[in-house]
Design a binder for this molecule. Structure first.
Ligand code: F6R
Length: 589
């Protein structure tokens, strides 16, 4: 995920640089590892960019000194290529007369780059985006006009994109969209185009949303859009006025980032799986390490540990010696040659996870990391790295990143043991269906649980890590005490708390509903109020049971436990995005 903004005006001025900077600040939640600006004025295109936040790069690169009648601004969330000065956008062609900013991923960039290099194009970054200005340059060289060249470049891409391009000598911003957001803001003699509405909201409330597969250009007074098949779009019908403030708009109509991010899970899972599928060389190497390892030690903290525990159970079931290790307890394990560590961390900066990998690595282990933040400390210290590609997560509670951790691990598991890993291509649809089918159930359960003092979350087998995650999630955002147990273990102590109305949430991935039913009956006999989240096979006997038909039960159940936690918090009037005492990245031991 990245943030993009384009502004076009009739007059050349430095004022546009200020508008660009303020728009980038509002877009920074979409990416924050590097920033860049391109201006186009009478002296041609100028690009200033660097690693760092909007504030740092603005100062370092003296962005307010730039002048032009068109500005492009980009804040990056690295996907291909480390967050460095040279990988920051905008990217230019060989001549520096074409500049491009992009949000998305281009799957066929390696092939395109090789072809362009064989034609003599010189690349200066590791990004997938850089193929776009070179493609435009190549098509112009072959005699096409600017817009035709831009269209031809876009048609060559396989992947997702919201792209803006400027070409020296053209008073137009060219744009195209597939799978990533792009919205136009219509001002007075000045137009805007950005990843989201808040970017330009202080300047105009007249907007026009671009649809997938559309391509066009923007002047300071006009918008032209056509579909990729050439049909011209009637833009006037699309214009609408928004009545939002900036805060509401950055949540895209959702009340909180947590619920927005739960709803982003299907796309996040789609991006996770497609990125793994396009990087099978690395996947194969990691899977071979898993097959060869004497022990696989899987470590993480909080939610990431739960994803790790899930993977550890999968490996153990295949006869692999696997140790699930809560990262902060790393000193309990002595590493040795032949060990493989799998370190899981959304932020990639959690100090406990770093300490764990540093110790075990120094004792001879190899390290695989699965992080969301590209080139984070944990990724840098690993022998092999996989990225979740979930996009930035603003809500403190991990939601879409947990689902993508499970998706990545399911992929590794399926690939390692010759299961049907290609089936995961459709996993995002199951996540989407689960969200759509359970919102009402989750709201009702969340509101009921919010009124309680204590809750049990119980599961067996692969459902146990999900029960642990369900308990953690509701506890951290709604401040209701929740504890998880293996369902069978509940009768060895925990059941003594159960009396009339005590809530017990069972997680049933469909593997052992008969055994779970025994535990349900035990809880019910003591007056427990029973909620069951079931995939594939029902338990029955519950006060309330939701049933999901799913090939990937963990992926379907994951958003349901998150939605329950969300609605519990909201019903108590709490802000689920900022639970008290918690930080998104924990860099203290
Ligand atoms: C729970 C949560 C935390 C994190 C934990 C690890 O919702 O967000 O438990 O999972 O602090 O963080 P990362 O994954 O960044 O290492």
């Amino acid at each position: 995920m990245c943030g993009i903004i384009g502004i076009i005006s009739s007059k050349e001025s430095k004022k546009l640089s200020e508008i660009t900077i303020s728009a980038l600040k509002r877009l920074e939640y979409r990416g924050y590892d590097s920033v860049g600006v391109a201006s186009l004025g009478s002296k041609g295109i100028e690009v200033r960019k660097a690693k760092g936040t909007v504030e740092q790069v603005t100062l370092k690169k003296k962005i307010p000194e730039m002048s032009g009648y068109i500005f492009l601004g980009h804040t990056r969330w690295a996907t291909h290529g480390a967050p460095t000065d040279y990988n920051a956008h905008p990217h230019t062609d060989c001549s520096g007369r074409i500049a491009v900013i992009h949000n998305g991923t281009i799957k066929n960039f390696k092939e395109l780059r090789a072809e362009l290099e064989s034609l003599g194009h010189k690349f200066s970054s590791e990004t997938d985006t850089e193929v776009i200005p070179h493609l435009i340059e190549e098509f112009i060289k072959r005699g096409m006009d600017s817009f035709t060249a831009f269209k031809s470049a876009i048609k060559s891409l396989d992947g997702s994109y919201a792209v803006l391009a400027i070409i020296d000598g053209e008073k137009r911003i060219f744009f195209a969209k597939r799978d990533n957001p792009l919205v136009i803001g219509l001002g007075e003699g000045e137009n805007y185009i950005a990843s989201d509405i808040p970017a330009f909201l202080p300047y105009t409330k007249r907007i026009l949303v671009i649809s997938d597969g559309e391509i066009g250009f923007l002047t300071n007074t006009n918008v032209y859009i056509e579909e990729l098949n050439g049909n011209v779009v009637d833009v006037h019908k699309r214009i609408r006025i928004v009545d939002w403030d900036v805060e509401t708009a950055s949540k895209e109509g959702y009340a909180h980032f947590m619920i927005k991010e739960i709803h982003e899970s299907p796309k996040a899972v789609r991006d996770t799986i497609s990125s793994l599928m396009s990087d099978l060389d690395v996947v194969e190497k990691i899977c071979e390490e898993i097959r060869q390892a004497e022990r696989v030690i899987i470590t993480g903290a909080g939610t990431s540990y739960h994803a790790g525990l899930y993977f550890s159970l999968l490996l153990t079931r295949e006869g692999i010696t696997s140790i699930p290790l809560i990262a902060s307890e790393y000193y309990n394990v002595k590493g040795k040659k032949g060990d493989l560590i799998i370190a899981i961390s959304q932020s990639g900066e959690t100090i406990d996870v770093l300490q764990a990998i540093r110790k075990l690595k120094s004792e001879g282990a190899k390290v695989v990391s699965i992080t969301n933040v590209i080139e984070s400390a944990i990724a840098r210290e690993s022998d092999y790295k996989i990225y979740m590609r979930a996009g930035p997560e603003i809500g403190v509670a991990a939601t879409k990143t947990f689902t993508t951790q499970v998706a990545s691990l399911l992929f590794l598991y399926s690939y390692t043991f010759g299961k049907d890993w290609k089936a995961l291509k459709d996993a995002d649809k199951e996540v989407e269906q689960a969200i759509n089918a359970t919102e009402g159930f989750a709201k009702r359960v969340g509101e009921e649980l919010a009124k309680k003092q204590n809750i049990y979350y119980l599961g067996r087998g692969l459902s146990l890590p999900l029960a642990m995650e369900g308990a953690l999630k509701i506890k951290e955002v709604s401040y209701v005490h929740a504890e998880s147990y293996p369902a069978g273990e509940s009768k060895h102590g925990p059941i003594s708390l159960v009396e009339n109305g005590f809530p017990v949430v069972f997680i049933n991935d469909g593997e052992m509903p008969e055994l779970l039913k025994n535990n349900v009956m035990e809880m019910k006999a003591r007056g427990g109020k029973i909620y069951v989240i079931s995939a594939n096979r029902k338990v029955g006997e519950a006060d309330l049971e939701i049933f999901l038909n799913s090939k990937f039960p963990a992926l379907s159940i994951s958003p349901v436990i998150q939605l329950i936690a969300y609605y519990a918090a909201v019903s108590k009037g709490l802000d689920p995005d900022k639970p008290r005492n918690l930080a998104k990245t924990v860099t203290v031991e």
